[in-house]
Write a protein that binds this ligand. Structure first.
Ligand code: ASP
Length: 341
């Protein structure tokens, strides 16, 4: 008799978001694990063919209400449960999914199993919802037993699988709501799944970090006429770290003495300032207006997304005294792209 391969075991962790919202009112019903499992199997009956799924409800929240405490809760739950499973699927709202995926990419190192985050632009209960397809593909990917398996935190949306800490939400209406402007997609799901080699890279040894985030990090988008004095006088004294999102070539209003005074004050208070940009292929030192920030002690984020830069800065500053921020900042901890452009 041919041997039947047992199905993969998948843990589905639900956190809320549009995926589970009521189709008309866009409110989040308070679902327990049993009710959610029933609903999932009703709407997506093929789940049972794909894998042996266990469902847990961690919270019922709009992802606008998810932050560091919830990232830690998710990471702890995954660590506590992943031994018994082949992979984990996290259902999450899309608004802050890029932050949660970045946080999990650092907290779950070394990531031994596929952890796939997904969500939806339309509730599962709505007609023409993308929730069904996203869930099916996320479970299929998490359950796939390819050799050299996908052992990292990833995000699946529409037909693309991305590295979790490289995604950005690009649309609230298109079904392809995410992209990864500075890193190739890990896989494209069409009639077949086409994998990219980067899906199977394994994170090397990296320092163990505590599960802790500073809650005193701000991320500010630079603008012409940036109110540097107000920030230096009022905000800086409250901060442990500052992420500046520079203009696309990594430049800033360095012609303004108040802006330079802000950087100098941060340096003298030992508040790390990291510079991220949405621009692609940038080193931060092409232009004088970018170099000057680095010369004043700011740290460059490479190809990291602003979301990931914020999460990494908050994590490193959560480590407390004695942890050298600058050297850890420059270190690639989870392929976040700090050494790329
Ligand atoms: N506001 C929702 C959330 O992030 C949006 C979504 O899930 O698409 O939870």
């Amino acid at each position: 008799m041919p041997r039947v391969r047992p199905k993969s075991r998948i843990l589905i962790l639900y956190t809320g978001g549009t995926f589970g919202m009521d189709a008309d009112s866009l409110t989040i019903p308070k679902l327990g694990a049993q009710a959610l499992k029933r609903r999932l199997l009703e709407r997506v009956p093929e789940l049972g063919d794909l894998a042996q799924c266990e469902v847990e409800v961690l919270m019922n929240r709009d992802s606008a209400h998810v932050g560091a405490p919830e990232w830690l809760e998710l990471a702890r739950r995954i660590r506590a449960r992943w031994r018994g499973f082949d992979g984990v699927v996290v259902l999450h709202g899309t608004d802050t999914l890029a932050y949660t995926a970045s946080a999990l990419s650092f907290l779950l190192r070394p990531c031994l199993k596929p952890v796939v985050l997904t969500g939806a632009q339309r509730p599962l209960a709505a007609l023409r919802s993308d929730a069904r397809r996203n869930l099916i593909s996320a479970v299929e990917i998490a359950a796939s037993r390819k050799p050299g398996r996908l052992a990292q935190v990833s995000v699946f949306f529409n037909d693309l699988l991305f590295q979790g800490n490289r995604v950005r939400k690009r649309s609230a209406v298109d079904y392809s709501g995410f992209d990864s402007p500075k890193a190739p997609a890990l896989a494209r799901v069409g009639a077949q799944v086409h994998w990219h080699a980067s899906a199977f890279q394994a994170v090397g040894a990296a320092p163990r970090l505590k599960d802790a985030f500073s809650s005193r990090v701000a991320m500010l988008q630079l603008t012409p006429g940036f109110p540097a004095r107000a920030i230096r006088e009022n905000l800086l004294p409250e901060l442990e770290g500052l992420v500046l999102v520079a203009f696309p070539s990594g430049t800033a209003p360095t012609h303004d003495p108040e802006f330079l005074a802000l950087l100098d004050e941060a340096k003298s208070r030992k508040i790390p300032v990291v510079v991220a940009t949405e621009g692609v292929g940038v080193t931060g030192s092409e232009y004088h207006a970018g170099k000057e920030m680095l010369a004043r002690g700011c740290l460059w984020s490479g190809a990291m997304t602003p979301e990931c830069a914020f999460v990494k800065a908050s994590l490193l500053l959560g480590q407390g005294e004695g942890v050298r921020f600058a050297s850890l900042w420059r270190r690639e901890l989870a392929f976040e792209g700090v050494s790329q452009r």
